[in-house]
Design a protein around this ligand. Sequence first.
Ligand code: PLP
Length: 389
Amino acid sequence: QFEQSEALKRLPEQFFASLVQKVQRLKDQGHDVINLGQGNPDLPTPEHIVEDLKQSAGIPEYHKYSPFRGQPFLKQAIADFYKREYGVEIDPEQEVAILAGAKTGLVEISQCLLNSGDTALLPDPGYPDYMSGIALADAEPAFMPLKAENDFLPDYSEISAENLDKAKLMFLNYPNNPTAGTATEEFFQETIDVAGQHNICVVHDFAYGAIGFDGKKPLSFLQFKGAKDVGVEMYTLSKTYNMAGWRVAFAVGNPSVIESLNLIQDHLYVSLFSAIQQAAEKALSSDQRAVEQLVETYENRRNVFIEKLKSIGWNLGAPKGTFFCWLAVPEGYTSQQFSDLLLEKAHVAVAAGNGFGEQGEGYVRVGLLDSEERLAEAAERIGKLGLFG
Ligand code: PLP
């Protein structure tokens, strides 16, 4: 009965909603659906982190409001994590903002830096929430195509001079959702140059920062000279430690951007439950063997799945990171038609690529988010449709 604000009306449609509904309908009819559509990690949070939360939850001091801008011990752990993992020096007081999930930070950053009518650059295909923040801020998106022939990196020489001059903010994300592309040193260096020349703030979404295959650790944007002058990196614990439901992430980098993120949070949610902050500190600073195992699990799943797909005639390059495969659909189908077909006929749910942007047309995104056996079965079911070769 009460009308939504114009800002809310501008929000893009939540494109997973219809997939979730379709999957549920088939499940209700008794079908065994293999759901590889959403990016929801299927593995549990490592036990030592859960134990830490249980203990921390019993500390009465933690039941009060947490300090504004987060617990100092977590900020210090974040600085130590960046030093240990990437050799990057971070000032825990000036260069860290604790976030209630990266999704929140990625939406907030547009509120922080964009005015109505401003321009923001974002990848196409890309993670949908960059657009949500831009829409709420009443700013204009300028899409940067990610193409297979350019290893899913934007080609800055193809972006119009006008858009580069107007843009205030640029979103990047490597390892990339949905294409599974990874960044190179040259690319990040070029990004810093371009951003510096045009006074653009770079927000590098490092959600899959831990998930690199074939022994290659993904690069942090902050490893490169001048990065802190032009932007921030957002890091979530959702994927690295299977803590998606906990809603804990952080931004590190440029102090003026960090100040803005902290300011908006002072007015929104103060800070996270201290027990969660303590368990997050545990996750970042304790033994990282569980992370190694997680990467191994995804890499094994990738190998099994890609091998099986090859055997049914669907030939693809192996993704180098993330837990997604970005697969070209056979000729004669749109992304939506093909994903509907897989769901209806094989009971395998995948995400249609066009949901990630115009350039996603012609692809589907498959999550490596079930066991090796189930992934192999998914490939077999798809093979039985006889669509390849
Ligand atoms: N960024 C990317 C690229 C993602 O794929 C996701 C989760 O799917 C997120 C951010 C959200 O992270 P969080 O769980 O911290 O909100």
